[in-house]
Design a protein around this ligand. Structure first.
Ligand SMILES: CC(C)(COP(=O)(O)OP(=O)(O)OC[C@H]1O[C@@H](n2cnc3c(N)ncnc32)[C@H](O)[C@@H]1OP(=O)(O)O)[C@@H](O)C(=O)NCCC(=O)NCCS
Length: 180
């Protein structure tokens, strides 16, 4: 399903669409390019096994994930998801996002974050939660701009490939009347 369509400053068309199984190879290719950068995401190893990836897709869709891919013209250049925690925390949605190098700082990540917050609101979640690395100042800026508040900072929570440490920051966005 096409969720949102807008144009970049240079006229290229951006679409946010629900992830379909047939998109997985292209999403994995985009995600692997960010994993290779080595500093933004938790995963150290690229995803190589498409069978495991397809199982991941079905398991997480069943668990209630909403995953939107970002298409610029026809190329998938990013994605973002919300997924409920389980049991007594199932009113909390966990958020994750990535945009490929070459497509950053064009407003895509902000629009995608706003779009998934709106999905979370419509689906009745009460809190959206995420984790971001202290060294990732751009992502931290985007999340604050979209309304997330920092609630915890774990010193030396992350060890980067060059051996230096950065903090793991937990951020939340309360939704709905119960928090107002
Ligand atoms: C984080 C990410 C999703 C943001 O998406 P994006 O499309 O680049 O973001 P936008 O273009 O909407 O906004 C970027 C904002 O950060 C600002 N920014 C850029 N570099 C910055 C920096 N070093 N420090 C602070 N702010 C910075 C821009 O000025 C812009 O803010 P503004 O709109 O207020 O001017 C994307 O950059 C990304 O995927 N990065 C790599 C993977 C990643 O970090 N994923 C998130 C892991 S928690």
């Amino acid at each position: 399903m096409n969720r949102l369509k807008f144009c970049l400053a240079d006229g290229r068309v951006v679409r946010f669409e629900d992830l379909r199984e047939q998109d997985l190879p292209e999403v994995v290719e985009a995600l692997n390019s960010v994993i290779r950068e080595g500093v933004y995401l938790t995963l150290n190893e690229e995803i190589v096994d498409m069978e495991t990836e397809r199982k991941w897709y079905h398991d997480h869709m069943e668990a209630g994930m909403t995953y939107l891919v970002v298409r610029v013209d026809d190329e998938i250049v990013g994605g973002g998801s919300i997924e409920p925690r389980v049991g007594k925390e199932s009113h909390v949605a966990v958020y994750g996002v990535f945009v490929k190098e070459g497509f950053r700082n064009m407003g895509i990540g902000t629009r995608l974050t706003d779009a998934l917050i709106e999905v979370a609101r419509q689906r009745g979640f009460e809190i959206v939660e995420l984790a971001v690395y202290g060294s990732n100042e751009r992502a931290f800026h985007v999340y604050k701009k979209c309304g997330f508040q920092e609630v915890a900072r774990i010193k030396r929570g992350v060890k980067l490939p060059d051996g230096t440490y950065t903090e793991k920051i937990v951020m939340v966005l309360p939704l709905g009347e119960r928090h107002e």
